[in-house]
Design a binder for this molecule. Structure first.
Ligand code: LLP
Length: 438
């Protein structure tokens, strides 16, 4: 997993850092991100595109893990950035991320968010629907500005992935439908609006996808649409964004292909379709989130209590759970884990890893093979870099863990652990509810 190794003490190490040391220094639960691994992923995408000779942008979908240090890495690796809210935009801007390389997504951007992005000089908006389209045009007109836009279209390609997280089908809250003429009408509308500069279209077919064919199919549909728009409206797209969704290996049986395989399939589909139509090859943009950070992350927990139901099951409880990783509860997601402080020990029993939240659905891993563990042992759960910290909550008023980046034997704190003061920082007791002062 990532660059995790076992040292001569039998401890798990990541990025050259001994996880037992990290637990002592930063406490648990702790998110650990292998920085070299993230950079390696970024470079794989960028180099695969470079090799195609096409113009491209690789935008990191910051929803997967949006913190300022991650934005800094994305900038250093020459990535663009996809944001979906004022919070993600603010994070990027505070990190000094070049605003012209930021793309603003979302199906319900508020006027405040749109104004903030225009004022900052955002690279482009990915317009999701007609309401947003006219609002954006009006707000840009108020400021005497023209903004770059892509239109999000729903290509109706169904990627093989978990139902809850697929967004490419026809019946989706996102985008303009390709199949029923809505997307075409949206292009016509955009071209009439004086403060929108239409760069092209965007499509996203789902998440945690392994099959390469879905991407090629989506490009085929988008390319046919582009040709129709050129032929009937005289407008040529300069950008095609095919979204993210490249799968990673969480557990045995997950079989992602090398990133270059996806990139090449997309590039081939672009080149063949547009060449055949004698169409100037558009720039190709992608938006990977999970595949950039997912397997670079590990969560380190301390094992506390256990409960054995003879002949049924043994639960071991960790000091986190659905509050730092809601994915098993939400999607039934599977994870692998090992004892970080006795990484060489042989597996002896099957356990179920429970979280500490007051909810029976708070389970992290069902039926995990582990050595016999006791209170104080450390459990490392792999592939938690994407949609874990990003989706963490304070349910039960449990504090969100710290995040550290590890690299070449050095750990750097990138998010502090929440304190008990943080838990109440926004709480207000109205005067009328206060205890009479004595
Ligand atoms: N672009 C768009 C427009 C998206 O909607 C998404 C993800 C991405 C890019 C990045 O997709 P990725 O490369 O990370 O698959 N919370 C869920 C995943 C939701 C994904 C939503 N959209 C999970 O934990 O699995």
């Amino acid at each position: 997993h990532g660059t995790s190794q076992i040292n001569d003490k039998g401890h798990l190490t990541i990025g050259g850092c001994d996880l037992t040391d990290l637990a002592k220094e930063y406490g648990t639960p702790l998110y650990i991100v292998d920085e070299a691994f993230v950079r390696q992923r970024a470079r794989e995408f960028v180099e695969a595109f470079r090799a195609t000779g096409l113009k491209f942008q690789v935008a990191y979908a910051s929803k997967a893990f949006s913190v300022m240090a991650m934005c800094a890495i994305a900038e250093q690796e020459n990535l663009s950035l996809d944001v979906v809210s004022d919070g993600e935009l603010y994070t990027a801007l505070q990190a000094g991320f070049p605003v012209e390389r930021i793309h603003f997504h979302g199906n319900n951007k508020t006027p405040e968010e749109i104004n903030m992005a225009i004022d900052a000089g955002i690279g482009c908006f990915v317009v999701d629907n007609f309401v947003e389209m006219s609002l954006l045009n009006a707000l840009a007109a108020d400021k005497g500005k023209t903004v770059n836009v892509l239109l999000r279209i729903t290509p109706g390609v169904e990627a093989h992935t978990h139902d809850f997280i697929s967004t490419g089908q026809q019946d989706s809250k996102f985008g303009f439908d390709l199949g029923n003429g809505t997307a075409f009408r949206a292009i016509e509308e955009t071209l009439k609006l004086g403060n929108l500069n239409l760069l092209g279209v965007h499509s996203h077919i789902g998440s945690q996808i392994f099959e390469v064919d879905g991407f090629g199919m989506a490009v085929d549909k988008v390319a046919k649409f582009a040709v129709k728009v050129r032929d009937e409206l005289g407008k040529t797209f300069s950008v095609i964004n095919v979204g993210g969704g490249f799968g990673i290996r969480y557990v045995e049986g997950d079989s992602p292909l090398p990133l270059s395989t996806y990139v090449n399939a997309i590039a081939d589909a672009i080149i063949s379709n547009f060449t055949a139509a004698n169409y100037p090859t558009p720039e190709i943009w992608i938006e990977p989130g999970r595949s950039m950070v997912g397997d670079a992350g590990t969560t380190l927990y301390t094992i506390g209590t256990h409960k054995e139901i003879p002949g049924v099951r043994k639960y071991i409880a960790v000091d986190g759970g659905m509050t730092d990783n809601p994915r098993p509860a939400l999607y039934g997601s599977k994870y692998e884990a090992v004892l970080a402080n006795r990484a060489n020990a042989a597996n002896e029993e099957t356990v179920t890893v429970a979280g500490k939240a007051c909810e029976s659905g708070d389970m992290l891993i069902w039926d995990l093979e582990l050595p016999k563990s006791e209170s104080g042992d450390l459990l490392a759960v792999f592939c938690t870099g994407a949609y874990n910290y990003a989706m963490a909550s304070n349910y039960n008023r449990i504090r969100r863990p710290a995040v550290v980046f590890v690299k070449d034997g050095e750990a750097s704190l990138v998010v502090k652990r929440e304190t008990l003061e943080d838990i109440v920082v926004n709480d207000v007791i109205p005067q009328r509810l206060r205890k009479a002062s004595v």
